[in-house]
Design a protein around this ligand. Structure first.
Ligand code: FES
Ligand SMILES: [Fe+2]
Length: 414
C-alpha cells in the first residue's frame, strides 16, 4: 500500500502556469478527495432533460460510492434521489436508464412513488411510519435543460448567478424542445482532470483533422499567440468572425465571451464561435447534419455556442443540433466520457438526419482525445515526470487547475 500523501503540502506547492504534480492524476487518495470535495460538494453536470422527457423516465448517474436517480415526476418536474433503499440499503434502480411507474426495490419490494415517498412496505409492524422513510433527495437544477446535481446538504449558492448569465445564451437553442439522437459512453485511460484539461485547450487541435473542417484552430488563442505560419489563417478567421458577429446581432443572439472559470464555486465560460466553411455544424463539410433546425431557426449558419462548466463538462449548441459531454471518474486512471447528441424533437433519423453524419466528427475527436489523455496518463506515471509549463493558449487549463486547487483549499482535508 502506498504511504499517505501529504495533501496540504501538495496543494500549497501548486505552481500556477504549470501542470499539476503526479499524485493529482495517479493516486487513489487524491481521487477519493476529488470525489469527496469536487464531486461531493459542487454542482456538476449529470444529464439533459430530453433524456427523461416523460413522467416515470429516469437515468442514473454514478460517481464514486454515489448513485443518483434523476427522474421526471407526475407533475413533470425533475427530481433526484440517492439510489439507496431506505429499508436495508439495496440499490433501488439497477439499470442506467428506463421507465417506472413507481420505484420498487428489487430486494423486499419497498415501493416509492415518483416524489420519493414510501407508499408500500409489506408486513411491517403496526407502528411503522412510512412517512419517515422516503428516498433521500439530491439537489437538482435545470439550466435551460442541462441538469446539474449537488450531493452536498448545502450546495454552493452561486448556481443561480451562473444560470442568470447563461440562460439568454442557451434559451434560443431550446434544449427542452430537443430529443436525444444518440448517446455514446467511452472510457478514457486517464484521470478525469486530464480529460477536462485536454478539453480546455486547442493547442493540440492539429490532432483533430475532422474537427478542423469546421472549428478554427484558435480557441483560447490571443492574436499575439499566433505563429507567423498561421497568420494568414488567423486573418481569415478574424474576417469570418466579423461576418458571424453581424449574423448574431441580427438575430439577437448573445455572443460575447463570459469567463468565470475560477474564483468562485460554480465556474463556467461561454462564447459563441464562428465556424469555418459554410459555418453551420461540426460535420466534415461544416454543413448542417440535421435539416430540421432547432427552435425554428431559419438559417443554420449560426456557428457554435460553446460552454464549459466546472468541474466536469463542456457543450456545443448549433443551429441544427447540440452536443453535451460529461466526465465522471471511474478510477485514478480511468474516466467515463458520456457524449449526447440532441436534435429537434420532431426530427426523424433517415429523413432529417443521418446519425453517422451527425456524430462522425465528435466520435473521431473523442477517440483522438482519448489517445492524448491515455498517453499523458502513462507519461505522468513515470518517475521522470515533472510539471511542465503551459503555453498562453492553454490559459483555460491553468484556470481549471486554479479552480480545482481553490476548491480543494476551501474544503481542506482535516
Ligand atoms: S433493501 Fe429495499 S426493500 Fe429491503
Ligand atoms: Fe481535443
Amino acid at each position: 500500500m502506498s504511504p499517505d500523501i501529504d495533501i496540504p503540502s501538495l496543494i500549497a506547492r501548486r505552481k500556477p502556469g504549470y501542470s499539476l504534480e503526479a499524485p493529482f492524476y495517479a493516486s487513489q487518495q487524491l481521487l477519493d478527495l476529488d470525489i469527496d470535495v469536487i464531486f461531493g460538494r459542487h454542482w456538476f453536470f449529470a444529464a439533459v432533460e430530453p433524456e427523461i422527457p416523460e413522467p416515470g423516465d429516469y437515468v442514473t448517474v454514478t460517481v464514486g460510492p454515489h448513485s443518483v436517480i434523476l427522474l421526471r415526476d407526475d407533475d413533470n418536474a425533475v427530481r433526484a434521489f440517492h439510489n439507496v433503499c431506505r429499508h436495508r440499503g439495496s440499490r433501488l434502480v439497477l439499470d442506467r436508464k428506463g421507465f417506472v411507474g413507481n420505484l420498487v426495490c428489487p430486494y423486499h419490494q419497498w415501493t416509492y412513488d415518483l416524489s420519493g415517498a414510501l407508499v408500500h412496505a409489506e408486513s411491517m409492524s403496526a407502528c411503522f411510519e412510512k412517512s419517515r422513510f422516503g428516498l433521500k433527495p439530491v439537489h437538482v437544477r435545470s439550466l435551460a435543460g442541462l441538469l446539474f446535481i449537488c450531493l452536498a446538504d448545502q450546495p454552493p449558492d452561486d448556481f443561480e448567478e451562473m444560470a442568470a448569465i447563461l440562460e439568454p445564451y442557451l434559451a434560443p437553442h431550446d434544449l427542452r424542445g430537443c430529443k436525444v439522437a444518440t448517446q455514446i459512453d467511452i472510457v478514457e485511460d486517464g484521470n478525469w482532470k486530464l480529460t477536462i484539461e485536454n478539453n480546455r485547450e486547442c493547442y493540440h487541435c492539429g490532432g483533430h483533422p475532422e474537427l478542423l473542417c469546421s472549428l478554427f484552430h484558435f480557441f483560447g488563442y490571443a492574436a499575439n499567440d499566433v505563429s507567423p505560419s498561421q497568420r494568414a489563417y488567423y486573418e481569415r478567421f478574424e474576417r469570418v468572425h466579423e461576418e458571424f458577429v453581424r449574423i448574431w446581432q441580427a438575430q439577437d443572439l448573445p455572443y460575447e465571451p463570459v469567463e468565470k472559470l475560477s474564483g468562485r464555486a460554480t465556474g463556467f465560460r461561454t462564447e459563441r464561435l464562428a465556424l469555418d466553411g459554410p459555418g453551420e455544424s461540426y460535420t466534415m463539410d461544416a454543413k448542417a447534419a440535421c435539416r430540421r433546425l432547432v427552435n425554428g431557426f431559419t438559417s443554420p449558419r449560426l456557428g457554435s455556442l460553446h460552454l464549459h462548466t466546472q468541474p466536469n463538462a463542456w457543450y456545443h449548441f448549433l443551429g441544427d443540433h447540440a452536443v453535451t459531454f460529461s466526465t465522471l471518474p471511474l478510477a485514478p486512471d480511468r474516466t467515463l466520457l458520456r457524449t449526447t447528441w440532441l436534435v429537434h424533437r420532431d426530427a426523424e433519423a433517415g429523413r432529417d438526419y443521418d446519425l453517422d453524419t451527425l456524430t462522425q466528427v465528435w466520435r473521431a475527436t473523442n477517440e483522438q482525445d482519448g489517445t492524448f489523455v491515455g498517453n499523458a496518463q502513462r507519461g505522468i506515471g513515470s518517475p521522470a515526470y515533472e510539471p511542465g509549463p503551459y503555453s498562453p493558449a492553454e490559459y483555460m487549463v491553468d484556470q481549471f487547475c486554479t479552480w480545482y486547487i481553490e476548491r480543494l483549499s476551501a474544503h481542506r482535508p482535516r
